[in-house]
Design a protein around this ligand. Structure first.
Ligand code: 9WN
Length: 430
C-alpha cells in the first residue's frame, strides 16, 4: 500500500490549490491532467461547489463556462470538449458529432449525453457565498444570468426524460449517472441485444479493463444516429433507467431553483411543486426494502443492488424522517460504512459484484462522501456528517487527491491530482 508521510492542513490546502491551478484551462477546470483533458459536467460542478466558499468568483465562472455547452433543448452535456485536444479522449467530438446538430451550440463541441443536474445546487451555493464575501449586486447578477439556463435544463428533464411517465428523469446511458461501471447497470447492459465491439482500432481498454466499454460506445452511437431524438428515446432506445442519485440531485436542484427564482424575477412555485412531485415519485417508484434502488424501465423492474447512489434522495430536505432513519441505518451498517475502514464504498460490500479496486464497483469517492455529508447535515445528523468529513480528509491526507480509494485500506485508485477531490477538500477544510 502506498501511503505518504503525515501532512498538516496548511500543506494539504496548498496542494489542493496547486492541483486546481494546474488543471485550470481558462475559465474551466478539467478533471485530471492527461486522463480527462476536457470539461466534464459534474466534475466542473463539484469544483464550483468546493470553491463556492473559497473563491466564489471562480466557482461562478466555472458554471458559466460549462453552460456554454448547453444545447438549445436545455440539455447540459456531460463533456464540453477543448478543441485543441479534441481527439485525445475517446469518444471525442468526431464520435459525438455535435457540430452540425441543429440543437448543439455552435463552435463548442460537446457530447450528446448529460450528467446529474447539480448546477442549480452549485449556483445557489455560489450565490450565497458571493453575497457573504463579495458584492451583493455581483451575486444577484450571476443568478440573473444563470437562472434562465438552469430553468431550461430542468424543463428539458421534465419534457424529454420522463421516459417512465412517473415524474422521474431517466438516464439513457451509464455515463449519464456519473457512476459508469456501477454494478447497478450490469443487467441492463447485459440485456442489450446486438451490442458489438465499437472500439476503434488502437483504443485500449486500460481505463476500465474488462468492463462494458464496447456497449457504452455502441449505445452512444445508437442515440447519436437517431439525431439525439426525443421520440427515439421514448420508443426505441434500449437503455433507460431511473437512478436515485440522478433524481435526488435533481430534486435538490429544484429546491435551489425555487430559492434563486425571485432573485432572477421568476416565479419560485413551479420548482417547489417539481420538488414535491419528484419526492413522491422517488418514494413510489424506487423505494424498496428500506432503501432506494434504480428502476430499469426496459425490463420493468427494480435493479436489486444497493449502491451509494441509493442515498441520493437524502439530499432532499423534505425526505420524511422515517425514510431518512432507515437510509442512515443502511449507510452505517456493515453493508456500507460499518465494515469499511475508509467510507463510503460505492457499492454495498456484501454484494456479489462488489470489487474494492474498480471505480464505481466498490471504491470510496470524495464527491459522493461530500454529498452524503451534506445530506446528513441537512437532516440534523451532525455526528454522521462529522464522521464523513473526517473520513474523507483521512483519505486525501493518506493517499493524495486521487480519483477514488480502496474502502478498506484507503490506498489511491485511478487518476492522480483529481480536481473534485482537491476542490471538495478545500471546502471540508474551511
Ligand atoms: C466517462 C470524468 C468522468 C467522471 C465520471 C467517471 C469517469 C468517464 C470515463 O470520469 O467517467 O464520462 O471515461 O470513464 O466515472 O464520474 O465524471 O472525471
Amino acid at each position: 500500500m502506498e501511503a505518504r508521510p503525515a501532512i498538516d492542513d496548511a500543506a494539504l490546502e496548498r496542494e489542493a490549490w496547486s492541483v486546481l491551478e494546474a488543471n485550470r484551462t481558462g475559465t474551466a477546470t478539467v478533471p485530471a491532467p492527461g486522463l480527462y483533458p476536457h470539461q466534464w459536467n459534474w466534475d466542473s460542478t463539484f469544483v464550483a461547489l468546493g470553491l463556492a466558499r473559497r473563491d466564489p468568483r471562480r466557482a461562478g465562472e466555472e458554471l458559466l463556462s460549462l453552460l456554454t455547452g448547453q444545447w438549445g433543448t436545455g440539455m447540459v452535456p456531460h463533456i464540453v470538449f477543448r478543441p485543441a485536444l479534441a481527439e485525445s479522449y475517446f469518444p471525442g467530438p468526431s464520435v459525438w458529432r455535435s457540430a452540425g446538430h441543429p440543437a448543439a451550440p455552435s463552435g463548442v463541441p460537446t457530447s450528446g449525453l448529460t450528467q446529474p443536474p447539480m448546477q442549480a445546487l452549485a449556483a445557489w451555493r455560489v450565490w450565497r457565498h458571493t453575497r457573504d464575501t463579495a458584492d451583493r449586486e455581483e451575486a444577484d447578477a450571476l443568478v440573473r444570468r444563470l437562472h434562465p439556463m438552469l430553468a431550461a435544463q430542468h424543463d428539458y428533464l421534465t419534457a424529454c426524460r420522463d421516459l417512465g411517465g412517473g415524474g422521474l428523469a431517466a438516464i439513457v446511458h451509464p455515463w449519464e449517472s456519473g457512476m459508469d461501471d456501477s454494478p447497478a447497470w450490469d443487467d441492463p447492459l447485459e440485456a442489450l441485444a446486438g451490442a458489438r465491439d465499437a472500439r476503434p482500432p488502437g483504443e485500449s481498454s486500460d481505463r476500465h479493463p474488462g468492463d462494458h466499454h464496447d456497449r457504452y460506445v455502441w449505445l452512444a452511437l445508437r442515440y447519436r444516429d437517431s439525431g439525439y431524438d426525443g421520440a427515439y428515446l421514448r420508443q426505441d432506445h434500449p437503455f433507460a433507467v431511473e437512478d436515485p442519485m440522478f433524481n435526488g440531485i435533481w430534486l435538490a436542484s429544484c429546491h435551489a431553483l425555487a430559492e434563486l427564482a425571485p432573485v432572477a424575477g421568476a416565479d419560485p412555485r413551479p420548482y417547489g411543486e417539481a420538488a414535491e412531485r419528484i419526492r413522491a415519485a422517488l418514494l413510489e417508484r424506487l423505494w424498496s426494502g428500506g432503501a432506494f434502488q434504480a428502476r430499469d424501465l426496459c425490463a420493468g423492474r427494480l435493479i436489486p443492488v444497493c449502491t451509494v447512489g441509493g442515498f441520493g434522495p437524502m439530499l432532499d430536505p423534505g425526505m420524511p424522517a422515517d425514510r431518512v432513519a432507515e437510509l442512515v441505518g443502511v449507510l452505517e451498517s456493515a453493508r456500507f460504512m460499518g465494515a469499511a475502514g475508509y467510507p463510503v464504498p460505492s457499492c454495498e460490500i456484501r454484494a456479489s459484484r462488489f470489487d474494492r479496486s474498480r471505480y464505481w464497483r466498490g471504491p470510496s469517492w470524495v464527491n459522493t462522501n461530500w454529498l452524503l455529508r451534506r445530506a446528513a447535515a441537512l437532516h440534523g445528523r451532525d455526528d454522521l456528517a462529522r464522521r464523513l468529513g473526517a473520513a474523507t480528509l483521512r483519505l486525501v491526507r493518506q493517499s493524495g487527491f486521487r480519483e477514488c480509494f480502496d474502502p478498506f485500506d484507503g490506498s489511491g485508485r485511478g487518476g492522480r491530482d483529481f480536481s473534485w477531490s482537491a476542490a471538495l477538500t478545500l471546502d471540508l477544510l474551511a
